[in-house]
Design a protein around this ligand. Sequence first.
Ligand SMILES: Cc1cc2nc3c(=O)[nH]c(=O)nc-3n(C[C@H](O)[C@H](O)[C@H](O)COP(=O)(O)OP(=O)(O)OC[C@H]3O[C@@H](n4cnc5c(N)ncnc54)[C@H](O)[C@@H]3O)c2cc1C
Length: 413
Amino acid sequence: MGLMTAEQYEASLRELNLVVYMFGERVENVVDNPIIRPSMNAVAKTYELAGRPEHEDIMTAVSHITGNRINRFTHIHQSVDDLVKKSKMGRLLGRETGCCFQRCVGMDALNALSIVTFNIDETHGTPYYGRFRDYLAFVQEKDLTCDGAMTDPKGDRSLPPHKQPDPDHYLHVVEERKDGIVVRGAKAHQTGAVNSHEIIVMPTLSMREEDRDYAVSFALPADAEGILYIMGRQSCDTRKMEGGRLDQGNLFFGGHEALVVFDDVFVPWDRVFMYREHDFSGRLVEKFAAYHRQSYACKVGVGDVLIGAAQTAAEYNGAERASHVKDKIVEMNHLNETLYCGCIACASEGGREPSGTYSVNSLLANVHKQNVTRFPYEISRLAQDIAGGLMVTLPSEKDLKGQETSKWVEKYF
Ligand SMILES: Cc1cc2nc3c(=O)[nH]c(=O)nc-3n(C[C@H](O)[C@H](O)[C@H](O)COP(=O)(O)OP(=O)(O)OC[C@H]3O[C@@H](n4cnc5c(N)ncnc54)[C@H](O)[C@@H]3O)c2cc1C
């Protein structure tokens, strides 16, 4: 297949048999659910833009396995140029959607595994890298969206996995069979989980010998037997069920996270990429985390949208010429472009790993992460300052249209 269209992506999700719960009830039709659908639209953008000639260079790449053109979200970085293009892709999509488009976690998991499976094989003589490449070829060929699942619920943070009162607070192997393993546990805060075809599981921290049953990495179809999803809330999520257009925030796009439960799930050996090699769990976490920190290029795209919105609000209010408003817009740009510098820098300073994959500079990726935990909040603060009280207290769309209220809302706002 090679490249899926946005329409084919949506159709492919309809074929999945996911077990999803939200607000205490089973969601039978995930794709058309008004709360979930905007998040599906955001992932669909990663398919749509890949099909547009003007974005081909950024949104697609040539597979180093098959030589076919593939979506960059399924690509293994083969050069510094690939890493830089990944950052540019994040900004582009953040700007197009104004939100999290969810597909980067899977890309980061694939790239981290392409490094660490090779490292494990070199040390332990295991067969993981070959297995991983076969899996990767499948993901690239089908143009799949993968959920990157690292974070365990973790229970008591002061205790390692094997000492937890509930042994399932970290995902672990409960049975080894001839044809594979059985795993139990959960992954928390999973971005884009119910918009994904596959789920790629990785351990969440460095582990010791005693925790070897927790040092496990594998991939499964998102609707494998025994997996269930419990949706996390989004602020203002139920507004999506109110109808209308004005009160919904980002009308077209959104993100989501879910708790993913693995209730004794079978994983065949050809999908297992780490099994009890506890000495490599920390390395996998580090590689995934560094790539994922780079992925916060998306926040720069969202910043672009917010700066544009703040400028527009100032113009509506007739305040755009005030020197303090101009200063604030300049400050927002300064912060946003500083964020951009971080994700471009860690990519530009990246280097080749023994498997041939290019990895970002971890130190610079961590600095970028530090900036990302601060600057977007400051950019938002400035946007709120410029926009004024209406951002917070605006009456509803129904009041704008209401018989008794319409004339007043029209007149005063
Ligand atoms: C919007 C969103 C999307 C996400 N998407 C994904 C995803 O797609 N995939 C995924 O795998 N994860 C995802 N995550 C999870 C994210 O990576 C974690 O939230 C993060 O790693 C922190 O883990 P935690 O929530 O368990 O917090 P904790 O690790 O419990 O941290 C909470 C606080 O406790 C401190 N702390 C924790 N343990 C110790 C200790 N032993 N000693 C001292 N201090 C400690 C920490 O430093 C921190 O200050 C997402 C999270 C969010 C908010």
